[in-house]
Write a protein that binds this ligand. Structure first.
Ligand code: NAD
Length: 353
């Protein structure tokens, strides 16, 4: 198979982790007979420095000419003034909107080898393997908002349409069909009108998927269940805001922010793949970045954009084997223990492939 991948490395540790994922994809290409072309384009702070725009038109064009985007991270102290007219994260929002990437998938899995880094007892962590499907282009983060400017009143508005909920619900049910066949839909239907529409619509879409079990859970209860019974979840479907909060909470179960991948998908096969962490300016340039989240994001790219399930599983198995062999980057060692560099860790992953 031939595929073109736009690489938006971004800032801080972004280039350190995307370069490692490219090595893994190149190894997959040679092992399984594929041809992947990587086209780099500026995004985030680096693009602001060069073009005065966090995502210049040339970058959008590179993405349009590609099958998928692999992104590192954007931002850093140099561009962190919240009142600046141009900010790194605007690039990310622009790409999500431009390609209508309305569904954000975030898998959360525990690794026995890393349980000591998780603030829960090991017996709670056994068998944890869930994926969040978060609505990404609607809801509270995109509704009308105003700071009244009188120093007294401000508001944000959550608006959802049936069509917006339906399309993301289909993504969740389809994901569940290839997993353990259970969807947990999160809302606050006891309080919010938009949540009642959400619950009604998800219940209706469920009729198309009789092989999948559906449970509705209130968002506040879900925060508890993620701690008390995390292994009971398979696919968690949530609005933009609830999904944002709950998936960050759940990512702790994976042992480190550096471990978690994500995919943002639209109606077709095009997708944006990135680790969930930021640009980590505190460790940039020191060879301490954990590339696992980005490498696992590249596995999601193979799975969801290119339909290469065997190759995606091979990468995931190589990560499992790497951790089982004791290889550790700086973020997943107990204080004082030895660790290896970003590139040494990737070499172990490559040899496990
Ligand atoms: P961060 O995720 O960059 O870092 C939080 C902590 O986790 C830091 O101590 C960092 O060293 C560590 N960490 C993160 N990724 C790691 C990795 N792969 N390996 C090892 N350790 C890792 O969050 P932050 O410090 O709040 O934000 C830094 C910058 O990143 C800010 O400018 C923020 O706006 C930006 N940011 C970008 C994205 C994105 O591009 N999607 C997401 C979050 C934050």
């Amino acid at each position: 198979m031939k595929a073109t991948i736009a690489v938006l490395s971004g800032d801080g540790i972004g280039p350190e982790v995307t370069s490692q994922a490219i090595l893994v994809l190149q190894k997959i290409a040679s092992k399984y007979g594929h041809e992947f072309t990587f086209n780099e384009a500026p995004m985030g702070g680096i693009a602001i420095d060069q073009f005065g725009d966090a995502c210049p038109e040339s970058t959008v064009k590179t993405c349009e000419q590609s099958d998928a985007i692999l992104l590192g991270a954007v931002g850093g102290p140099k561009w962190s003034d919240p009142s600046a007219a141009v900010r790194p994260e605007q690039g990310l929002l622009k790409v999500r909107k431009h390609f209508e990437l309305f569904a954000n998938l975030r898998p959360v899995k525990t690794y026995a080898a890393l349980n000591q880094h998780v603030p829960l007892r090991p017996e709670f962590l056994e068998g944890v393997d869930m994926v969040f499907v978060r609505e990404l282009t609607g809801g509270l983060y995109f509704g009308p908002r105003q700071d009244q400017g009188d120093g007294d009143t401000a508001y944000d508005t959550e608006i959802y349409t049936v069509a917006e909920v339906e399309r993301v619900a289909h993504v969740a049910f389809r994901a569940a069909q290839s997993r353990r066949k259970k969807v947990t839909s999160v809302d606050k239907a006891n309080v919010m009108a938009s949540s009642r529409l959400w619950r009604r619509t998800v219940t209706k879409v469920h009729e198309d998927y009789p092989d999948v079990e559906l449970e509705h859970v209130l968002a506040d209860a879900c925060t508890m269940y993620l701690i008390t019974r995390p292994a009971s979840f398979d696919v968690i479907l949530a609005s933009n805001m609830f999904g944002d909060l709950l998936s960050d909470e759940a990512s702790v179960l994976g042992g480190s922010l550096g471990m978690s991948p994500s995919a943002s998908l639209g109606a077709g096969t095009f997708g944006l793949y990135e680790p969930i962490h930021g640009s980590a300016p505190d460790i940039a340039g020191q060879g301490k970045a954990n590339p696992t989240g980005t490498i696992l994001s590249s596995a999601m790219l193979l799975r969801y954009t290119l339909g290469l399930e065997t190759e995606a599983k091979a990468i995931e198995a190589a990560i499992d084997a790497t951790l089982a062999s004791g290889a550790r980057t700086a973020d997943i060692v107990t204080r004082g223990d030895a660790y290896i560099s970003t590139t040494e860790y990737t070499q172990t992953v490559l040899s496990n492939l």
